[in-house]
Design a protein around this ligand. Structure first.
Ligand code: H2U
Length: 350
């Protein structure tokens, strides 16, 4: 049996175990909504910014005059590190105390430099910080979640280029489901699910956005957001801590190229939520060494659909039934391939 991909169809996401409805025929419908607004250039230093070097943060603490990446404990952490851990045993009202730490990572002292605008060696510094933070927090916590929430459209509180790190004593849902799915596949086929995916996607090429010797960026077959991408290592590694020097270098390069393509697509600083999924460090308190089934990967979830201001809303059917998309993942990959991954539109304009 085959599927006519020009007709409405549903694609399975083997990582989440969930489905997405694809409706390519709807792309022809008329659009009378808003189009892009011109962007204001950001200054390199903003005296009102909580994250710029030398400035006073919201809680009165003063940032050092940092020159590269700067990591600090979140002043308003969502997680605390209590000694007394408790749980309810009521099946209807289950709860347990959570413990963890939250940190903020400023990518650059320059307020105006988002990741694609940083030089390769500066992005490499960010990669090193992600790896170091993972190593340090993985000693104590079951899961280390590194993420970047970028752009006002994503609810990001500050335009200064930054990300966050939350480490938790428990394994959060999204990581847990990626862990279970990969474990199941490994038990069924004796191979890593995401390394198999890498081989198939490189060969097919139709969903590839960027590729180098060590990394691959694709619009996944099951993508729910219009320009969602998945960044995958082409070598086995369960965590960021497993990356050697050339692999980190190559990661900085593909990160810059992918985010440059994103910005060039609608000539805007492309908003997204991006984050790494890496293998848990503990399972019920027991250390987890280096699971062969688990492959490190990063998800990019950008909300934009047609222009710098027209976004996809995950509402209605999506909230109540399952995600739906019009643009096919193959077409989205083609659109991202059609813009430059080397020259950023802001650098061309300068
Ligand atoms: P966003 O990634 O959503 O913009 O969040 C930035 C984080 O920075 C947010 O969690 C923290 C907020 O608590 N923050 C500080 O820790 N100190 C400050 O002075 C401002 C913001």
């Amino acid at each position: 049996m085959s599927v006519d991909f020009a007709k409405p169809h549903r694609r399975y996401n083997p990582l989440s175990g969930r489905w997405v409805q694809v409706s390519p025929h709807r792309l022809d419908r008329p659009w009378q909504g808003e189009e892009a607004e011109p962007e204001e250039p950001a200054p390199s230093y903003d005296e009102d910014c909580y994250l710029c070097p030398g400035n006073t943060r919201n809680n009165g603490e003063v940032n050092p005059d940092y020159k590269g990446v700067y990591v600090f404990e979140n002043d308003f952490p969502a997680l605390l590190d209590p000694d007394d851990l408790g749980a309810t045993d009521d099946p209807l009202f289950q709860a347990h105390t959570t413990k963890g730490v939250c940190r903020v990572i400023c990518f650059s002292p320059d307020h105006s430099k988002t990741l694609p605008l940083l030089a390769l060696d500066e992005i490499r510094e960010v990669v090193d910080a992600w790896c170091d933070q993972t190593a340090e927090l993985g000693e104590r916590f079951a899961s280390v979640q590194i993420f970047e929430n970028k752009g006002a459209m994503m609810g990001c509180s500050n335009p200064h280029p930054h990300g966050q790190i939350w480490a938790t004593g428990h394994v959060p849902d999204e990581v847990y489901s990626a862990d279970c799915s990969q474990d199941d596949y490994y038990r069924d086929f004796g191979r890593s699910m995401l390394l198999d995916l890498v081989d198939r996607e490189v060969e097919a090429a139709e969903r590839v956005v960027e590729v180098n010797d060590d990394w691959l960026a694709i619009v996944p077959y099951w993508a729910a957001w219009p320009f969602q991408t998945l960044l995958l290592p082409r070598f086995p590694t369960a965590r960021l801590t497993g990356l050697d020097d050339p692999q980190r270098e190559a990661l900085a390069a593909i990160f810059k190229a992918l985010t440059t393509r994103y910005d060039n697509l609608f000539k805007t600083s492309f908003p997204y939520s991006m984050g790494w999924h890496q293998a848990p460090f503990f399972d019920d308190g027991r250390p987890v060494e280096n699971p062969e089934y688990f492959q490190l990967h990063a998800h990019f979830y950008p909300p934009l659909l047609r222009s710098a201001s027209v976004r996809k809303f995950m509402v209605g059917y999506e909230m109540l039934a399952e995600p739906q998309r019009d643009l096919t993942p193959e077409r989205a990959a083609e659109m991202l391939r059609a813009v430059s991954g080397k020259q950023h539109y802001k650098e061309l304009a300068a």
